[in-house]
Design a protein around this ligand. Sequence first.
Ligand code: 3PG
Length: 319
Amino acid sequence: MNELIRNISNYGIVPVIKIDNIDKAVPLAETLISAGLPVAEVTFRTVQAEASIRSIVETYPDMLVGAGTVLSVEQVDKAVDAGAKFIVTPGFNPKIIRYCINKGITIIPGTSTASDMAAALEMGLEVVKFFPAEQSGGVEYLKAVGGPYTTLKFIPTGGINAKNLNSYLSLKNVVACGGSWMVKSDLIDAGDFDTVKDLTRQAIQIMLGFSLDHIGINCIDLDEADGIAKKVSKIFDFEYKMGNSSIFVGKAVEVMKFPFLGKKGHIAIKTNSVDRAIAYLSEIGISFDENTRKLDSNGKTKAIYLLEEIGGFAIHLLN
Ligand code: 3PG
């Protein structure tokens, strides 16, 4: 997976945009950035696509802007010249794919059948779009093709919304989901960027699924930890479970056997994806303590601490 696709994977959602009025391009980009999702696929479904990409990239050079609904190599050239960082096609067009590969342009071609997927692998592609996702068999289809095509990864798009987003993102062959549900044309045309922002933030929160996992209490030694753990266990009849560095009481309370991170202790927040949570939280100005990053066997982050303590508590994320 190249770095650009990894970034798309960490953002998790790619807003698919159709811009009819060039004046809406920059305010829309600003809205997505301020919601914490600095990525967009601007579709060549309107004559304003090229100019929109250009003005967004000029104003926000760091935003990950790609071109979608690309139907010809001429459009690839126009999109790249305007600053598009990746190209998305609705269908599997070998001519466009070869053109992009030869020029070193990241291409995410549409696939909807096992034959398209076989051809994509043959051409050396690792990540493709699955389009139109819902109409082509959705989650069940992706599960089925994950059997034979174990290495191919997908960005399903088409019919995805806040309700079915996580059923796609939880598949191990899904890199991210594309969709227009938070950037509907009527909202853009009406300049209703407050609603776009609300829907984008809602999509991010659904994707990340933040919730409290447990509270950690710091103690000076095993004796103190043991006393506190037994007390909590007795009051609530929670199971007392001795570990290496702490005692767990039920699932909600962890009593540390020594003064650990955080003046008072720590708060563990669980999420559907620590890597995606890091990408989002970094966008809104949160920093992380890299020394605390723990990876799983697939190289995905399974836990990390925020740099900042809140109210005397260190905060860590976990999957
Ligand atoms: C696309 O071009 O990828 C789709 O039109 C986006 O599909 P959606 O509008 O159903 O999200």
